[in-house]
Each structure stands twice: as C-alpha cells, then as structure tokens.
Design a protein around this ligand. Structure first.
Ligand SMILES: Cc1ncc(C[n+]2csc(CCOP(=O)(O)OP(=O)(O)O)c2C)c(N)n1
Ligand SMILES: [Mg+2]
Length: 655
C-alpha cells in the first residue's frame, strides 16, 4: 500500500518546493531559496500557515515563532548578518512591501543565480495577485524563472462573491488570475488538492527548461490552500531537475560552419543566452581563434570582456559606432542566445548588406529561426565549443581585423569624452556612470532598467564580466531597480550591489528599500535627479512632441499647464523615512567622495545627485522605430514625420 501523509495543499506545496533541486555541470543546489509573500485573507491561513509551520519544524524546538521576543539591536541599523540559507524541509519566508516589487526581486535573484536557483512568490487574492502581473510579464519577456502563487476565489464557490472577487456573468470559472495566462509559460489552477500532484512537477520542468522558462503561475483558491489530502509520500522525495545543455545536431552544425567559412565580414551578436549558459570562456576562445568581432546586446554585455581584441561593444539603437559600422557591412551575422529585439537590430535597419545571412545558435527554436537563419538549436556554450573546433584553420582577413581595431579605438576616444568631467555645476549623467565604472570591481553589480541610462550604459559601460552588468532591458520596467537590488544582494551577498535609479523610476517603487533594511542587507542606490524623464523627453523632442508631459513641474496658475516650478518632492527625506542613509552630492567630485563613503558604509545608503537633463548623451548612429503622427498641425511634428519616413526606408526583412 502507498504510504501517505495528511497535509493541507499549502503544507504539501511548501514541503514539495523545499525538496526540489537543480543540477548543471555537476553542481546540485536547492531550487528554491525562499518564498516572498504578502499575506491577506487569500493566503494567510493556507500558504501562510504552511510557511510558518515549515520554519518552526526546521527550528525543531517549539511550536511557536519568536515573534514574542524583543527586537535585536540590528532591527533598525541593517547591520545584522542575515543567514537564511534554507534548512532541510524549510522554505524561508521573506516579507516584501509590494507584490510587483517581490516578483522583481525574485527575478533579479534568479538572473544572478544563472536561472539555477529561484524564489516563489505568494500573494493574497485580487489586488495582491494582480500586482504580480507586471512582474510576471517581465520574467517571461526576459526568460527568467519565477514561481508565482496567486491566491484565488473559493473553488467551492460557497461564499461567492468573496471580498475582491471578479464576477463574470458569462463564465463563473474566470478570475482576475486569468490575466496571468499571456504572461506565463505555464498556468494552472488547483481546484482539487490532488491536482497538485500533476501540476507541481510540470511547473518545475518549465522553470528549469532553458528554452521554456519564465513566469510559472499556479493559482491557489483560498479554500483549497487549507484543505487536507492524503499525499503519497513519494511526492515529497528529493527531486533533481537537470538543466539541459542541448547538443548541436551535426548536420545543423555543418551548415553553420559552411556559412561561416564563406563569410568575409562576419559579426557575432552575443545575447543573454551566452550569459545564462556560462559560455563566456567559449565565446572568448571562439573570437580569439577566428578573429570574428563580437558585439553584445543589453542582456549579453560582459560575456566578452570589453577589452578583448574582438569586442566591439553594444550593437543597435543604443550601440557603439564601431559595432554599428561593422553590423552595417556584415555579410554574416551569428546570433548566439539573442532574440533580436528592435534595439538590437535598430528596428531592422542595422544589417545593411543586401546579401547578409544569419546563423543563429539558440536553445529556443523560435529564436534560432529568426531572420531566415541557419538554425542551430543548442546550448550556447557547447555550440560555441563545437563551432570553434569545426572552424579550425578559418580566420577573418587581416584587413578586416585592422578595420575592426580602427573603429574600436575611434569609439574609445568618444567614450573617454563622455565620461570625463566637464567641470559644470550640474554633471552630465555620463560623468556619474564614469565614476561608477571606475570604482566598481569586476564582481560588483550595477543595476538599471529604464529611462535614459540603459542607452548610455550600453554605449559606454566597460564590463569585464556579465555579473557586473545587470540591466533589465527586455521589459525596461520602471520600478525594477530598487527591488532588483534586494534580489541581487540575496544572490551575491559578498559583493557591492549598486542600483542607479532615475527620479521617475524611484517614484514608482521605492518601498522595497524597507525590505532591504529589514533583511539587514546593505546596498547602494544612486538617485539621478534630473526632474523628469530625460529619456522620453528627448524621444518626444525627436518625434516633434516638444517634450510634452515629461518634466516634474507644478501646475501653473497662469498657464493652467504643468509648467510651473519644480515639484517640492523631497527624495532625501523619502529615502530616509524608508530606513536608508542618504548622502547628498553637489557636483561630480563630491559625488565621487560620497559614493566611496557609501561603498565603505555597512548600511544601505542612497547617494542623491542632481544632473543636467540635457546631457550631453551619446548620440547613436542607429535608428529606433517610433512612429510619428502622419498628419499634424504642428510644424515640429511635420518635420519629424519627414525624417521618420526617410529612416523607415532602410527597414527591411531578411527573407
Ligand atoms: C512602468 C513603466 N512605465 C512607463 C515607462 C515608459 N518610460 C520609459 S523611461 C521613462 C521615464 C524615466 O524617467 P527617469 O526614471 O527619471 O529616468 P530619465 O529618463 O530621467 O533618465 C518612462 C515614463 C516604462 N518604461 N516603464
Ligand atoms: Mg529623470
């Protein structure tokens, strides 16, 4: 007879998650480091009770928590050494402040752990759950695993409509959690306890599959979470998920090799897949052996060190002039682990040789097939090693290598110009980035996601390792940076974690600062205060919309518009009130000093620096397709439309 154990669905899920492991290259580790959560009536008695019980059982001492104890000395200072390495059978709980923030933190954690370790997130029903939808989309777009456990209305429907329940008169099976379907790689709802036996392993498979991974959503009706069932004991056995390195098919590899051997001006584009695969060394060896230049995307930056002779920097709309010149002339593009977003292809204008062909190496066939490429559906590291071996004797011509070198050294001079302080009262943002690039070590982490900084960073940041460069640009989600600092710090506690945050993005999601402080973690924030949207302001200008609605100004009594004085929002007091130390810099030298102070401090610190919204910023040689009004009474718009039509002529399909 099968041995069983009687547990609630919440208890069974926690026990199951605590027994999952991942393995790649012989390294076996816990798949789930913990569970972020915010409790409400949807999960407090279900998953909440189960998380508490797992913690108490792991303590093995009493059946009560330590909540009655007085707070320790560290409760305000953030000096404690957190030690939440999960114990056997335990899923440590982390209290976040906003559900979107907790998903961002979980994603940042999983990205830093190369998708081999991750978090679950539990939310109450209704708003708590739908707050996670944006985080789910980010995870799925960026191909980073996170397990989402939104609570759902009663499966029994007995008390319907329960507080916060959406009612659809045509379909009583619909809930707000159906909104997770398009942004999840796997979606299920557990209406009967035993459904979890099929659902949980299926979810683990997707989370640990390099091609399919993203947000995985298991909706848990609040009555079912607390319902007991007799679970077969084997359901909770230790389970190891082997993270695959699919090998390249010999025939596909041969076709790729043939295409590369014929190429005179090949260019390799390294995407995030190179990083997740740990293919940095294989990439550098490939480039050294073949002389093929390597450009990178936002997610792939650092996979090749910036000073490698083959490295040409970021490619595309915010790329370097060197990479874009080479892309324009390339007769073969080798895309490795990239999904070719519009920023990478400069909205399909980057690759201009009429006869350009593509070879794509990707674990996901969907991406490998893009631009009518020769498809190599395989792990990036193993495919690069195989390609390097099969290409023995092949090398690009010396003249081509010389041209690459010339373009790169010309670009280096431009970089120096942007990073060098100009001595103005308000520094340019690029000067700030220059100081950060100078003072951060190879394993320290810089975080950014939205605004004008990702573009400047892609063009100017010199990354020696991929760990150093954590820019979320698949979803470019304002509000990511602060919660991401929490996730990255949990993943890499021994290194500095620095999030550069725009004033716009800060106002979207500052509250996880409190979570960081409450966890006793130390990170550094750099708040770049330019009183509005430098990014969208410049974009607005370029499309003829005159920077409309892109500055934080008071509504003026005279004009009735938002063009009065600066809004007296006090970021310093705000960050202090959340528990951070704040240092206010004035000018670039003061910023350098205070940033050093912040690095040396053992407390979470925000360095506030005011910058010049108007730059200067690196002007890209490549285009980004943002349609301009076809008809307008504004001359600025009419001029922008003429420019748009001119640029759009270069846009092409690669068929
Ligand atoms: C959640 C979200 N809303 C809107 C946008 C569109 N958007 C991109 S950048 C930006 C302004 C960012 O302002 P700030 O953080 O001050 O950075 P800056 O542009 O000044 O560098 C906006 C509104 C976005 N990317 N994400
Ligand atoms: Mg701003």
């Amino acid at each position: 007879m099968t041995q069983t154990v009687r547990l609630t669905v919440g208890q069974a899920l926690v026990r199951f998650l605590a027994n999952q492991y991942s393995e790649r290259d012989g390294l076996e580790q816990r798949l789930f480091t913990g569970c972020f959560g915010i409790f409400g009536h949807g999960n407090v008695a279900g998953l909440g009770q189960a998380l508490l019980q797992s913690q108490i059982e792991a303590d093995g001492q009493s059946t009560e928590t330590g909540t009655g104890l007085p707070p320790d000395d560290h409760s305000l200072g953030g000096r404690a050494e957190p030690n939440r390495t999960p114990r056997d059978g335990e899923l440590p709980y982390y209290l976040a402040r906003n559900e979107q923030g907790m998903v961002h933190a979980a994603v940042a954690y999983a990205r830093t752990r190369n998708r081999l370790q991750m978090f679950a997130c539990t939310a109450s029903i209704g708003p708590g759950s739908t707050n996670m939808v944006t985080g789910a989309a980010l995870a799925t777009v960026d191909r980073v695993p996170v397990l989402l456990l939104p609570s759902d209305a009663f499966a029994s429907r007995a008390p319907d409509p329960v507080l916060q329940q959406l009612e659809d008169p045509r379909d009583l099976g619909v809930s707000v959690n159906d909104a997770f379907k398009p942004v999840s790689r796997f979606w299920d709802r557990i209406n009967r306890p035993e459904q979890l036996i099929a659902s949980a392993p299926a979810a683990m498979r997707v989370l640990t599959d390099p091609a399919e991974t993203g947000a995985v959503t298991i909706c848990l009706p609040q009555d079912v979470q607390a319902e007991a069932y007799d679970w077969p004991i084997e359901f909770f056995r230790r389970r190891v998920w082997h993270v695959a390195r699919p090998a390249p098919e010999p025939a596909a590899l041969a076709r790729a090799v043939e295409a590369i051997r014929q190429a005179k001006r090949p260019l390799l584009v390294a995407g995030g897949g190179v990083v997740y695969s740990g293919a940095g060394e294989a990439l550098r060896d490939f480039a050294t052996a073949t002389g093929i230049p390597v450009a990178d995307t936002q997610a792939g930056k650092g996979a090749i060190n910036w000073d490698h002779p083959a490295a040409v920097g970021g490619v595309g709309s915010t790329g370097t002039d060197a990479a874009n010149a080479i892309a324009a002339e390339a007769d073969l593009v080798i895309g490795v682990g990239t999904r070719y977003t519009d920023f990478t292809t400069a909205s399909r204008t980057a690759f201009r040789d009429p006869a350009v062909r593509f070879v794509n190496v990707n674990v996901l066939a969907f991406d490998a097939a893009k631009h009518s490429a020769e498809m190599v559906v395989a792990d990036a590291r193993d495919a690069l090693v195989a390609l390097t071996a099969a290409l023995e004797g092949y090398r690009t011509a010396q003249a081509y290598q010389d041209r690459v070198e010339q373009l790169v050294s010309a670009w280096s001079l431009r970089v120096r110009e942007y990073l060098t302080p100009r001595g103005t009262r308000l520094p340019a943002q690029t000067e700030i980035l220059g100081v950060l690039n100078e003072l951060l070590g190879d394993q320290d982490v810089l975080i950014n996601a939205a605004g004008s900084m990702p573009g400047d960073l892609q063009a100017l940041w010199r990354a020696s390792t991929p760990e150093q460069y954590h820019v979320e640009y698949g979803y470019s989600c304002m509000g990511y940076e602060i919660p991401a600092a929490l996730g990255v710090k949990l993943a890499t506690p021994d290194h500095h974690v620095v999030a550069v945050v725009g004033d716009g993005t800060y106002q979207m999601m500052p509250q996880e600062i409190t979570t960081i402080v409450s966890e006793g973690l130390k990170v550094v924030f750099v708040l770049v205060q330019n009183h509005g949207f430098a990014s969208i302001g410049a974009l607005s200008d370029s499309v003829g919309s005159q920077r409309f609605g892109t500055q934080y100004r008071m509504r003026s009594a005279r004009s009735g518009l938002l063009d009065g004085g600066d809004v007296p929002m006090d970021f310093v007091k705000n960050a202090e009130s959340l528990g951070a130390d704040v240092l206010v810099a004035s000018g670039i030298e003061s910023f350098r000093d205070l940033f050093r102070t912040a690095l040396a401090s053992d407390r979470t610190t925000l360095v506030h620096v005011e910058t010049d919204m108007f730059g200067p910023q690196p002007q890209s040689s490549a285009w980004w397709d943002v349609p301009v009004a076809e008809t307008s009474t504004l001359e600025s718009t009419q001029r922008a439309r003429a420019r748009y039509e001119e640029n759009a002529r270069a846009r092409r399909h690669h068929l």
